[in-house]
Design a protein. Structure first.
Length: 317
């Protein structure tokens, strides 16, 4: 019983262990300023990882999310500069993300392309287009809208002595919504069914193509929202390197959170903790004066370890 409990909730134990290490390295770790900063750093990747949880649970993969954020964010900044409206930019980002997700879904379901190939093509195409229009440089928010737009990333809700950042609220609310969808709705059950056994799901009356497409559309929507938040935080979206590596971080967060990389099992709360763990790792690296360039290597190592542990658990089952 104890072994099963430890196995099923290893991501929680890993999170607690990491928090203890972080508190030892950084004596100000539990200060509200540091905690809120961790959530601000986590939000953008977190939204993408939530969508990625759905995709992976359905037995698919999406490696285009970083290019989606750069593409949508770059053109979103142009929309903001032309209209002066954050709402119009939000609508543009959301609709564009949905359309890109729909394109991925159609390529996979109707074109019968493996998801890794379809999203690889999308990744290359989107990055190429945004580089072309931006000449590899940044899309910068005009000064006239700078303060208003920056407030999304810098602002929050005041509760006495504390200010809860908007990013923290967005990430937590999105996690709750995704958790409810995956646990309580027909779509969530169908996603797990498709990821477990696509043939059985199809024979059971599940519209497999629709379910797969839905996961990519939702992920595209989350990339659109993440692109707006990313642009708000940086106020400039560099065409050549914006959001590079986001796909690796998102996949690693999903893996370490307990979602089966082969599909069929997922833990939204695990993904939530997985994203926070990466921000805490960056926090530890900064406090220990270690190069943050090692984050990519850490992400790769975590993916390898998480998948090996999943394979070991599957053999035990």
């Amino acid at each position: 019983m104890l072994v099963k409990l430890v196995t099923e909730y290893s991501f929680v134990l890993s999170f607690l262990l990491l928090v203890i290490i972080a508190a030892i390295v950084n004596h100000n770790f539990f200060s509200w300023a540091n905690v809120s900063n961790i959530f601000i750093q986590s939000c953008t990747i977190g939204l993408i990882a939530l969508g990625m949880s759905m995709v992976i649970s359905a037995g698919q993969i999406d490696i285009s999310v970083g290019s989606q954020v750069a593409f949508i964010g770059g053109f979103g900044v142009l929309v903001l500069n032309q209209t002066g409206s954050v709402l119009v930019m939000l609508l543009f980002c959301a609709i564009t993300g949905i359309l890109i997700g729909l394109l991925n879904g159609v390529l996979i379901t109707k074109g019968r392309m493996p998801s890794i190939i379809a999203t690889l093509a999308t990744m290359a195409g989107l990055r190429s287009i945004i580089n072309h229009f931006g000449s590899g440089g940044p899309f910068t928010v005009d000064r006239a809208f700078y303060d208003q737009f920056r407030q999304i990333a810098a602002g929050g809700v005041n509760l006495g002595a504390f200010t809860i950042p908007y990013f923290m609220i967005i990430f937590i609310v999105a996690t709750i919504i995704f958790d409810v969808v995956m646990k309580r709705t027909r779509l969530g059950k169908h996603i797990y069914a498709v990821g477990s056994n696509e043939v059985s799901a199809r024979l059971s009356g599940v519209n497999v193509d629709r379910v797969k497409t839905a996961t990519f559309v939702i992920t595209g929507l989350m990339c659109g929202i993440a692109a707006l938040l990313y642009a708000s935080r940086t106020t400039a979206v560099a065409a050549s390197n914006a959001a590079v590596g986001f796909e690796l971080d998102a996949i690693a967060a999903v893996a370490i959170g307990g979602t089966a990389m082969t599909g069929g099992r997922g833990k939204i709360f695990g993904t939530f903790l997985g994203v926070l763990m990466f921000s805490i790792i960056r926090n530890i690296l900064t406090a220990a004066d270690v190069s943050t360039f090692l984050t990519g290597a850490i992400s790769a190592a975590i993916i390898i370890i998480a998948v090996l542990l999943q394979n070991f658990q599957n053999r035990r089952r």
